[in-house]
Design a protein around this ligand. Structure first.
Ligand code: PLP
Length: 479
């Protein structure tokens, strides 16, 4: 392999990425390619890999002609309003490139000390930036600490397994089996909790929150647990969400902590999206009670300027996770591990191998500084308020619920008013607001803005709002 070739085409690719990110804002957000377009038809790729090596020029040419047409432009900050939009900042993209270029494996300390130690340092930086209780810091007296996982979903599985094992040990195995053990959360909790429960073979008791403003209350939790206990089931964990996926509701942590404490249950807090906002003044009350959590996850690949995948998982006590996942193998034995003086992240996660993900967060935190990061998060809330103001002024639209953080949920008035027939998608105007339209009348909205499809609908809504989303994004947007 030729390093010079890498350098020149690497430069070319960086230029390509920069141009793409500028130009994709002008394109239609969602792809219009037919199903299976790369598998059959005029744009299909060959059925087998090339036998002879090909030049970068021909690969890049296919990138333009075959891959780009099939992209949904997530980085089209002025138009993409689907989901909780991540924002892959340039420093983070460079950190990601470096991660691939160095290609170190950080499963244990000796495998690459810098990989482990940078992770310890930046996760403590992040914890301080997000004003987390000091028990979650690695560099402290206690047994707590942070670890980077690929996603909030993986994090949930890791901590629920730890919680499960802890409860099994406490009850000396007299639990009636995994299928008898129950984790609690609201019907607004992310599906990852349901999926995690399936993987672990436990029950997820999904508590209905329609009558409590979509919040998980202590009263409902108590009632659900009492009912399950009467049936001989064993509660072992509670998952609270600070910023639910649909409407960004905050579960009342302080009262949930009390319920969990009373039964010695593990309390996990899913702050995948909402967690970033803890860096802002004025949001302290939303996170009150965090001190009582056993684990807490915030996705840096949501509002914290990093590309997927980097979830910061914080543990109040690392030992239950180590007990649940720790393994020993002859081929990995080394003096550093045996000294007990170092962290071996292998035992804090599911896979063995681990990427040097801390680099991208380190690049972001240094390049933006906490001032820049806070501005970015705050900008989202400013945009959301401004956008909500426009929705309120609009004759045919109304807010579906209160604006929370940078999320605006709105719906079409008129026929079918009040009937929530679907969620179009949420999103962020680049550094901006997340916008979710909840349709009152699906057909009418579709007639107005075109066929189904996240980007299509979003484009339509943008048009219908007189380009206001785009305009607001442009005004406040920085990229
Ligand atoms: N938790 C919440 C509250 C979310 O909103 C989401 C995604 O939007 C997730 C978890 C899923 O995160 P991940 O893809 O990192 O598993």
């Amino acid at each position: 392999e030729d390093g010079d070739d890498f350098e020149s085409w690497g430069g070319e690719l960086l230029r390509w990425i920069t141009d793409y990110r500028k130009n994709c804002k002008k394109s239609h957000v969602i792809s219009r390619v037919p199903h299976n377009y790369l598998i059959e038809g005029p744009m299909a790729l060959p059925g087998s890999a090339p036998v002879e090596p090909e030049g970068y020029r021909s690969i890049m040419s296919d990138l333009d002609s075959k891959i780009v047409p099939g992209l949904t432009h997530w980085e089209a900050s002025n138009k993409f309003f689907a989901y909780f939009k991540p924002h892959a900042s340039y420093p983070a993209v460079l950190g990601e490139l470096l991660c691939a270029g160095l290609n170190v494996m950080g499963f244990d300390w000796i495998a690459s000390p810098a990989c482990t130690e940078l992770e310890v340092v930046v996760l403590d930086w992040l914890a301080k930036f997000l004003r987390l209780p000091s028990k979650f810091l690695s560099i402290s007296e206690g047994p707590g600490g942070g670890v980077i996982q690929g996603s909030a979903g993986e994090s949930a599985i890791v901590v629920l397994l730890a919680a499960l094992k802890k409860k099994e040990a406490e009850l000396k195995g007299k639990t009636g089996g995994r299928q008898n053990m129950v984790v609690y959360g609201s019907d607004q909790a992310h599906t990852i909790i349901f999926k995690g429960s399936k993987i672990l073979g436990v029950e997820f008791h999904e508590i209905n929150t329609v009558d409590s403003d979509y919040k998980l209350t202590a009263k409902a939790l108590e009632a659900a647990m009492a009912e399950d206990e009467r049936k001989g089931k064993v509660p072992f964990a509670v998952v609270a969400t600070t910023g639910t996926t649909s409407t960004c509701v905050f579960d009342p942590l302080e009262e949930i902590v009390e319920v969990a404490k009373k039964r010695n249950l593990w309390l996990h807090i899913d702050a995948a999206y909402g967690g970033a906002y803890a860096c802002l003044d004025g949001y302290e009350a939303k996170f009150a009670g965090l001190e009582g959590a056993d684990s807490y996850v915030v996705n840096c690949h949501k509002k914290l300027l990093c590309p997927f995948d980097i979830a910061a998982l914080y543990l109040a006590d690392r030992n239950p996770v180590l007990a649940a996942l720790g393994v020993e193998s002859e081929y990995l034995r080394n003096e550093a591990s045996e000294s007990g003086a170092v962290i071996d992240y292998e035992n804090w996660q599911m896979p063995l191998g681990r990427r040097f993900r801390a680099l991208k967060l380190w690049f972001v935190m240094r390049r933006f500084g906490t001032v820049g990061m806070r501005d970015h998060v705050r900008n989202g809330t400013v945009l959301a308020e401004r956008f909500a103001g426009k929705v309120k002024q609009h004759d045919d639209l109304e807010l579906a619920c209160a604006v929370s953080l940078s999320l605006v949920c709105f719906r079409w008035r008129g026929e079918g008013e009040g009937k929530l027939v679907g969620l179009v998608g949420g999103g962020g105007a680049g550094p901006g607001a997340e916008i979710k339209a909840v349709l009152g009348d699906k057909e009418k909205l579709e007639a107005l803005i075109g066929p189904a499809g996240v980007g299509g609908r979003r484009d339509g809504v943008v048009e219908e709002l007189g380009g206001v989303v785009e305009k607001v994004a442009r005004e406040v947007g920085k990229d």
